[in-house]
Design a protein around this ligand. Structure first.
Ligand code: HXC
Length: 261
């Protein structure tokens, strides 16, 4: 386990659990959290023992209640832009992480908290999860990717409604609009998230990594360009042990033993 000032990174049986740890502030994201998150993500990216990363918040009340309003309050225009750029750089690092990522959303995921969950590949919410982008009520706009990732995930109309009204969305509604992949009981959140992580881990690491790259990069391209990218990634995997093992195991009617190479 690595303990930072504002977060922890546990590693167990191939699963990394990154917990934002400022419970008294409902895990609000200040400059220090973003900087430490960046270091922790570098640690995950280069750690071959970690196959899936879970991102969560400490306590049961909040995943992350947003960027730290008390710290943001006195910023000028330049400082505001730099803070937004820092968050966007760190969340993009999370989005592009080699490993699949799952947000385990416990309680409030507001503003920057919703945006943190959006930068993960998959979102599982406890029944008390509440999403929202309340920034317009503070005289700002979402600044850690909400105006870009939310419409890509739930559609432009719904994203505009959520951002313009600043209204909170409860777990079941978040599931209905595609913001959550699954809703589970509060006390089962971490176990259910680990169960999904283990399902992913049964498959080849290079296959999941290649799929993630094809989807993420493909979403920024036209269809034909994306299909070319897919074929390139598909072809490259035939030079790996994982592809040889996966197909041999099928033919030999046994379970594949993938070695991430
Ligand atoms: C700083 C925060 C905070 C935040 C909560 N706290 N959210 N501090 N920034 N985002 C602090 C409170 O001030 C309080 O500290 C303590 O955490 C507990 O919160 P309470 O408000 O007492 O709890 P409760 O009454 O249960 O209300 C929970 C809540 C509310 C509904 C989540 O805290 C809330 O509305 N928080 C702000 C949500 C928000 O607007 N988020 C978006 C931020 S803007 P004290 O010391 O006072 O007791 C954003 C922009 C991202 O995220 C992009 C930036 C570039």
């Amino acid at each position: 386990m690595t303990t930072y000032n504002t977060l922890t990174l546990e590693k167990n049986e191939g699963i990394g659990i990154l917990t934002i740890n400022r419970p008294k502030m409902l895990n609000a994201l200040n400059q220090e959290v973003l900087e430490e998150l960046s270091f922790a993500l570098d640690e995950v990216e280069t750690d071959f023992s970690i196959r899936v990363l879970i991102v969560t918040g400490s306590g049961t009340k909040a995943f992350v209640a947003g960027a730290d309003i008390k710290e943001m309050k006195e910023k000028n225009a330049v400082e505001g832009r730099i803070f937004s750029s820092l968050g966007n750089a760190v969340f993009s690092k999370l989005e592009q992480l080699r490993q699949p990522t799952i947000a385990a959303v416990n309680g409030f995921a507001l503003g920057g908290g919703c945006e943190l969950a959006l930068a993960c590949d998959i979102r599982i919410g406890a029944e008390n999860a509440k999403f929202g982008q309340p920034e317009v009520g503070l005289g700002i706009v979402p600044g850690f990717g909400g105006t870009q990732r939310l419409p890509r995930l739930v559609g432009i109309g719904k994203a505009k409604e959520l951002i313009y009204t600043g209204a909170n969305v409860a777990a079941e509604e978040a599931y209905r609009i595609g913001l959550l992949n699954k809703v589970v009981a509060v006390e089962a959140l971490l176990e259910e998230t680990k169960t999904m992580a283990k399902k992913i881990m049964r498959n080849s690491p290079l296959g999941t990594e290649g799929s993630k790259k094809a989807i993420n990069q493909g979403m920024q391209m036209g269809l034909q360009q994306g299909l070319v990218l897919e074929s390139e990634i598909f072809g490259a995997l035939f030079a790996t042990e994982d592809q040889k093992e996966g197909m041999a195991a099928f033919v030999e009617k046994r379970k594949a033993q993938f070695e991430n190479k």
